[in-house]
Design a protein around this ligand. Sequence first.
Ligand SMILES: Nc1ncnc2c1ncn2[C@@H]1O[C@H](COP(=O)(O)OP(=O)(O)O)[C@@H](O)[C@H]1O
Ligand SMILES: [Mg+2]
Length: 373
Amino acid sequence: MEPEKIPKSFGRYQVLGVLGRGSMGVVYKAKDPVIGRLVAVKAIPETLGLETGKEQEYIRRLLQEAKAAGSLQHPNIVTLYDAGEAELGPFIAMEYLDGVTLKEILSSGKKLSLPQLTEIVRQVGEGLDYAAQRGIVHRDIKPANLMVVEGNLVKIMDLGIARLPFSDLTREGRLVGSPSYMSPEQLKGEKLDGRSDLFSLAVVTYQAATGKKPFPGNNIQEICYRIINHDFIPAGRLEPSLSEGFDRFMIQALAKNRDQRFKSGKEMFESLRKLLLDKEDTRVSEDDQEPEPGKEKEIPATVIKSEPVAYEESSSFSSGSDSAIDDIFRDLTLTHRSLRLTPEKENKTWQIVMGLIAGLAVIGIVVWYLIRG
Ligand SMILES: Nc1ncnc2c1ncn2[C@@H]1O[C@H](COP(=O)(O)OP(=O)(O)O)[C@@H](O)[C@H]1O
Ligand SMILES: [Mg+2]
């Protein structure tokens, strides 16, 4: 096989390396020399495999949508910087993220805790609500498009980047995309609104909670049939630590009929947050006696403290990062982070070593004086 050629540049962006590969093409790490900033450049392959004419139409739509998404400014959405056509074909330049995708996290068989799930739904839900209010539907919410970045942040990638129509998911019999996260209305080719993305977010949540997709299948047809017609196994049966409340949450979030679903990401988050507060209650009550009738049961402060997340009743949906939930994704991003030793940590290590040497020297001098005197 011929070794892959890495292009030197796209427009003014100098390519530094490959970040990843997706269904549409390759994503490169690059540098914008004008302002010295790192960017991620997504190259759209010239040969999309569509019929001529359709291809031109697709590229036109892609650039048009990129333009619409370029106006989006939200902490949970990857910022789009630029879109254009270079010698090598059309490309999109966006904010470079140094993080781990949820796909990578989940591929190791990792299941997320309820506080972590709640936090993902809060942040992704905020970003999706913001886009939906501006008439933009993502259409491809999946673990590979959600990036967990240092500082307790989750970012939605690829928003407003045109998708191939569903009929083109199989090109020359080749699978180029997975419908696993798509909503029933999306599979049926209906007009979409924000609730379709929320369905996809619910599929991601189910998978992150149980380690299994709610609508599995060996081929596209089987998966589509399940999404449109089948119920899913209650999450609590796959992961016994999940409560009945969580099963109820999933039933509403994955309802086939969008009118029965949560209306917004905020509603989804609120529902999980209630569960989280309830859960603390249930967990404590396991060893406890039932409270006397009419008497409220108290939750010991230590229990609340030991939980990694404690949303206050008053905590607002749009409050952004909250000190109580700092580092909730620590164990998920740790492997990634440990590859880098920040200067701050390096300094700390040196301070400790120097401190120890100084301490030993002082003890040595004292002992020497004592022996002599
Ligand atoms: N803005 C970005 N910053 C850093 N890495 C990125 C960015 N966008 C994409 N990537 C990486 O490139 C991979 C491929 O992206 P993409 O082509 O969108 O594939 P997919 O179809 O899996 O979403 C991602 O899984 C991710 O690891
Ligand atoms: Mg992507």
